[in-house]
Design a protein around this ligand. Structure first.
Ligand SMILES: C[S@@+](CC[C@H](N)C(=O)[O-])C[C@H]1O[C@@H](n2cnc3c(N)ncnc32)[C@H](O)[C@@H]1O
Length: 256
């Protein structure tokens, strides 16, 4: 298993914002729909980190790979300005597999949670085929997206494909985020179809085109050409330490 080269930093150091208290909005459905022993698709600290990133960065346009039930789209919709536009991609129903069904937890379609937001008009749902290009209708976004969240197909090839596509939509200051950066041995199986966020992002960090940092207390990695702050951080191995309850929960979720 490759060594980790991506350092862990706090959001405070990454964004260099002064410690002003701002209200963050998170969806209550995390508490109402998940039982206590389960780990929701985004852990509580991750929900707050995404909400804070949206508040601080104030993106005009967000592109998201992986709508699922729509928790992250809800966070984007609620924590950005009224004029922000959010485009969220998921699979066309004909291309969905057991993985999407598991994520949807009984919902018939993707995006149910963000549609319950009072700001859902900011979110545009787009359905795509795996491995394909981005629909022509989104070509006006090329070079114009301020924040990109990659949380769709977590195979090595899937995350590589989505990230490479995402580069076409980015500009010099775009902030990239990836979810599910961890190195549980049973999760990062080698061979075809291996889960690839951890190895892919380490390779991307080596390329040097973006400065990548793991966000402390989360399984999120953030990338940007030039961060406003001067993050240093320490290189840890997310998901490889300890044997606590949280790790066991993530291992269970990591089964799919
Ligand atoms: C982990 S879930 C996303 C969770 C979502 N971000 C949230 O916070 O609720 C992953 C989703 O990605 C979708 N997906 C899988 N492959 C994809 C692809 N190639 N393009 C877009 N979405 C994909 C799956 O159908 C699934 O709904």
């Amino acid at each position: 298993m490759m060594d980790n080269r991506i350092s862990t930093v706090s959001l405070r150091d990454l964004l260099n914002f002064d410690a002003k208290t701002v209200p963050l909005v998170v969806p209550s459905s995390f508490l109402l729909e998940f039982s206590a022993p389960e780990l929701p698709v985004l852990a509580p600290h991750e929900q707050m980190a995404l909400a804070l990133l949206a508040k601080i960065l104030s993106p005009r346009t967000i592109l998201e790979f992986g709508t699922g039930q729509g928790f992250s789209s809800y966070l984007w919709a609620e924590n950005t300005s009224d004029s922000a536009q959010i485009v969220t991609l998921d699979l066309d129903p004909a291309a969905q597999s057991d993985y999407t069904a598991k994520i949807l937890r009984g919902d018939e379609t993707v995006g149910r949670v963000y549609r319950e937001s009072g700001h859902s008009e900011k979110v545009r749902q787009v359905l795509v085929c795996p491995g394909g290009s981005i629909p022509e209708s989104l070509s006006n976004l090329k070079g114009n997206v301020d924040l990109i969240f990659v949380d769709g197909d977590h195979s090595y090839d899937g995350v590589a494909h989505d990230t490479e596509l995402a580069f076409e939509f980015a500009h010099e200051d775009t902030v990239f985020l990836w979810h599910d950066f961890y190195r549980f041995p049973s999760y990062i199986a080698e061979g075809p179809g291996r889960r690839g966020v951890y190895p892919y992002l380490n390779e991307l960090a080596d390329r040097g085109s973006l400065k990548l940092h793991h966000i402390a207390g989360t399984y999120l990695v953030a990338g940007c050409k030039n961060w406003p702050g001067t993050p240093k951080g320490e290189v840890l191995v997310p998901g490889a330490h300890g044997d606590g309850e949280a790790r066991q929960r993530i291992l269970r979720l990591g089964d799919f």
